[in-house]
Design a protein around this ligand. Structure first.
Ligand SMILES: Nc1nc2c(ncn2[C@@H]2O[C@H](COP(=O)(O)OP(=O)(O)OP(=O)(O)O)[C@@H](O)[C@H]2O)c(=O)[nH]1
Ligand SMILES: [Mg+2]
Length: 199
């Protein structure tokens, strides 16, 4: 995937506001602060496209980005609110979690779910919820381990293997990619998955 243009295409807070049209979509899900917006920017090659922050809960709507990539044709990359973020007002949080669940289950143009997990930690309860939710779904799934730059050599060796084990326990057979948005690690692999699945 060779991104030639990436632009913000709108924020969506309820189902009826989802974009019409036939562009395929790929979504980032994962716990708050895991690095979803940062990875989106790295893939798009545009820092500051999606807002990032060290404070969890930065992204509060489904944010759509229009991506142009040479031969593969345009698609939408979708940045989702962080799971398990407890500080937002209860009602607001419930609304977006409901929207996200429905989006993952029913959204016709959705071609790929990228589930981001922090490479330094075991999958958390919110991640396990994602496994269970997605286990029964039709949409291809990619496990993306983030912030690999924070790991030493031996941690690197074990983390992807451990993630595979946990996925298998949850009966999800999925590719696992180790990434670092800051070092550019794994981006080529994620781009290859996007090219293969999102068309
Ligand atoms: N070291 C390192 N830090 C990263 C990496 N990716 C993201 N971060 C940092 O992690 C923090 C959270 O990043 P975001 O991209 O805003 O996380 P998010 O998953 O979008 O968070 P929410 O919008 O709250 O759900 C920021 O301080 C980033 O700079 C990475 O690859 N390496
Ligand atoms: Mg974000």
């Amino acid at each position: 995937m060779n991104v030639t243009d990436a632009t913000f295409a709108g924020s969506v807070a309820d189902w009826d506001a989802l974009p019409a049209g036939d562009l395929p979509e790929a979504v980032f899900v994962g716990r708050s602060n895991v690095g979803k917006s940062t990875l989106l920017n790295a893939l798009a090659g545009q820092e500051g496209l999606a807002y990032t922050s060290g404070t969890p809960g930065r992204t509060r709507t489904l944010n759509f980005f229009h991506i142009e990539r040479g031969r593969g044709g345009p698609f939408h990359l979708v940045d989702a609110p962080g799971l398990g973020y407890a500080k937002a007002p209860g009602q607001e949080r419930e609304c977006w979690q409901h929207l996200l669940a429905r989006y993952l289950a029913e959204r016709a143009p959705l071609r790929l779910v990228m589930h981001l997990m922090d490479s330094r930690h075991e999958p958390q309860p919110a991640d396990r919820d994602v496994f269970h939710f997605l286990g029964g779904q039709r949409v291809p799934y990619l496990a993306v381990l983030t912030k690999a730059d924070k790991l030493n050599q031996s941690e690197r060796a074990t983390t992807a293997r451990r993630a595979k084990e946990v996925l298998l326990e949850a009966q999800l057979e999925a590719p696992v990619v180790l990434t670092s948005a800051s070092e550019g690690e794994g981006l080529t692999e994620v781009r290859a998955w996007l090219d293969e699945m999102v068309r």
